[in-house]
Design a binder for this molecule. Structure first.
Ligand SMILES: [Zn+2]
Length: 250
């Protein structure tokens, strides 16, 4: 089996790559394409999949990729159905992300991890879920004592942490080593199936460490700041906090 390169996990800043079409499926409403390498993130962990373009080298024809997803070990690119058919197997294409959208997702995802880090460190509250769009998102916590005053102070603390210009690191650890890190247990890696031998982690140095598959900026200074746009109770214990990005320019 050929190993297909999935660059988003090792280099979040890779926005374009040359690739060869490995498989095409035209049986559904939208053509599906697998490439021998890609910069697309297939979605997961609350981060939506990328969008972008495939551009065929031989004739300059292009296709819009409206979504991507994981299928087994592959990343499948879903093309916008069009008047001309999909590229053929073995065609060489340039893979191009909608970078503005992806970069906004990277900033948003790192901002949400900073929020998790502050809420865990200062209030001992566990994350139970989250979701994001480019520029904004929400996190759910087991956070019985949350209040409006607390949320204001959390917003200020997250912004102070982001302004510390903390590096953000990606690590891939053997399963046993990852399970020995007490902080990782709060992100429920113990729920991962036994077959997974390596755990990918995202560390905001000095603030937060989580098992995570998403794409992040490499330093919190790239996030800029955040504004909490809402919070709500989803029950006595479960609380939700919503935030949006504030651009570094102000
Ligand atoms: Zn995450």
């Amino acid at each position: 089996m050929d190993v297909r390169q999935q660059l988003s996990y090792s280099d979040a800043y890779a926005r374009t790559v040359e690739a060869r079409v490995a498989a095409v499926d035209e049986t559904g409403e939208a053509p599906l394409v697998v490439l021998d390498r890609t910069v697309f993130y297939p979605g997961g962990g609350g981060q939506p999949s990328d969008r972008g373009l495939l551009l065929r080298t031989s004739d300059g024809r292009s296709w819009t990729v409206r979504a991507a997803r994981r299928s087994g070990t592959d990343i499948v690119h879903e093309l916008e159905p069009g008047e001309h058919g999909p590229p053929a197997r073995d065609d060489v294409v340039t893979v191009d992300l909608d970078w503005a959208r992806r970069y906004a997702l990277m900033r948003t995802h790192t901002a949400l991890h900073a929020l998790c880090g502050v809420v865990w460190r200062d209030h001992g509250a566990l994350v139970t879920g989250g979701n994001m769009e480019p520029g904004g998102g929400r996190m759910d916590f087991e956070f019985e004592t949350m209040s409006g005053d607390l949320v204001d102070s959390i917003e200020a603390t997250v912004n102070a942490e982001l302004a510390h210009k903390r590096d953000v690191r990606v690590n891939v650890l053997p399963r046993a080593e990852a399970f020995a890190i007490p902080d990782l247990i709060r992100t429920k890696i113990n729920l991962l199936p036994p077959g997974i031998e390596e755990i990918r982690t995202i560390e905001i140095v000095g603030l937060d460490l989580q098992a995570d598959g998403g794409t992040h900026v490499s330093n919190t200074s790239e996030v800029g700041g955040i504004r909490v746009t809402g919070y709500e109770s989803k029950g006595r214990i479960n609380k939700r906090i919503r935030l949006e990005l504030v651009d570094p320019e102000g």
